[in-house]
Design a protein around this ligand. Structure first.
Ligand code: GSH
Length: 319
């Protein structure tokens, strides 16, 4: 992974994201403004970003689970016509995320060649990671946010249409699941896959499966995590589940169990996958290309495995 240092993109990160004990540490997101109904400032950053159809754009990548959450939010909030999206090419390059000149991985908005050009437009002397998703304001030509958790929450609160992802009566329960799922599962698989020591890997991998076991238990009692309604914590969990057997199980050594070994969790994942529009947000082959792309530490030859064959369309028998 690369890093931008004073506005210059370096293909090799001089300060890899790991602590002295070998534990992977995700860098904090740095662009933290909020779209709000009337443009008043949100919990962080500055104001001036009012909710308006056609004003905002999302830079995404199919293989990124954090970007997937932003895309799913647009689907469940029925924002497909209000917020435009573009996808970086799934391959990792010395330039980080890049765009093609034309075709499905072109950036039709700014016409940039790489995502770091987008960051440089916001902050010419930017230092930090160059990550998707990025929420962009087409009117002011500035970035609103590069933190997916904020993006999910702000789109839910600022736009009226579509599902309510944080129903008020379930908010505390959603937060509890969100925190646990973020640490142990969404980021947990990365902590396992990017660990630099056996101990750091062990800590992460057992935590992944402890939480999946707890989720399995919960899903034996309720259709979704907080009851009978699909909410933000289900949306948070799904992108990791979609990548689990094709990528994390093997590429990140999260192989104590497969998703398919959990009867409730696997049926729940299919239940969500089979909701209208969700399958269109999923690209299993791209996940494999992304997670098995050449990496000196994890996959030096860049060979992409053929399997596993997983049938996401079999009946889920829930609900
Ligand atoms: N905190 C960010 C994390 C996003 C993130 O780490 N995205 C990854 C792709 S899955 C990325 O773009 N990484 C590029 C890099 O770190 O160089 C969020 O949740 O929005």
């Amino acid at each position: 992974m690369g890093l931008m240092l004073n506005g210059v993109y370096l293909p090799q990160d001089p300060q890899p994201d790991s602590r002295e004990d070998g534990e992977f540490q995700r860098a904090k997101s740095t662009i933290r403004n909020w779209i709000t109904r009337d443009g008043s400032p949100g919990p962080t950053g500055e104001g001036g970003f009012a909710a308006q159809d056609g004003r905002y754009h999302l830079f995404l990548a199919w293989n990124c689970p954090w970007a997937h959450r932003a895309l799913l939010t647009c689907l469940f909030k029925k924002l497909e016509n209000a917020i435009s999206v573009s996808f970086a090419a799934p391959r990792r390059t010395d330039d980080g995320w890049v765009f093609d000149k034309e075709g499905q991985f072109a950036d039709g908005v700014l016409g940039v060649a790489a995502l770091h050009d987008v960051y440089a437009r916001v902050r010419p002397a930017y230092t930090g990671r160059v990550t998707v998703p990025v929420l962009w304001d087409l009117e002011r030509a500035v970035a609103v946010s590069n933190e997916s958790a904020d993006i999910v929450r702000m789109l839910d609160a600022a736009f009226d249409q579509g599902a309510e992802l944080f129903p008020r009566d379930l908010e505390a329960d959603i937060e509890t699941w969100n925190e646990r799922i973020y640490r142990s599962v969404n980021n947990g698989v990365y902590r396992a896959g990017f660990a630099r020591t056996q101990e750091a890997y062990d800590r992460a991998v057992y935590e992944v499966f402890e939480t999946l076991d707890a989720v399995e238990d919960q899903l034996g009692k309720t259709r979704y995590l907080t009851g009978e309604r699909f909410t933000a914590c289900d949306l948070r969990l799904f992108p990791t589940l979609a990548r689990f057997d094709v990528a994390y199980h093997y590429a990140f050594k999260c192989n104590i169990r497969r998703l398919q070994d959990y009867p409730n969790l696997w049926a729940y994942a299919r239940d969500i996958y089979q909701m209208p529009g969700v399958a269109d947000t999923v690209r299993f082959e791209v996940y494999k290309q992304g997670y098995f792309s050449p990496s000196p530490l994890r996959n030096p030859l860049g060979i992409v495995p053929a399997g596993p064959l997983v049938d996401w369309n079999q009946p889920h028998n829930r609900g």
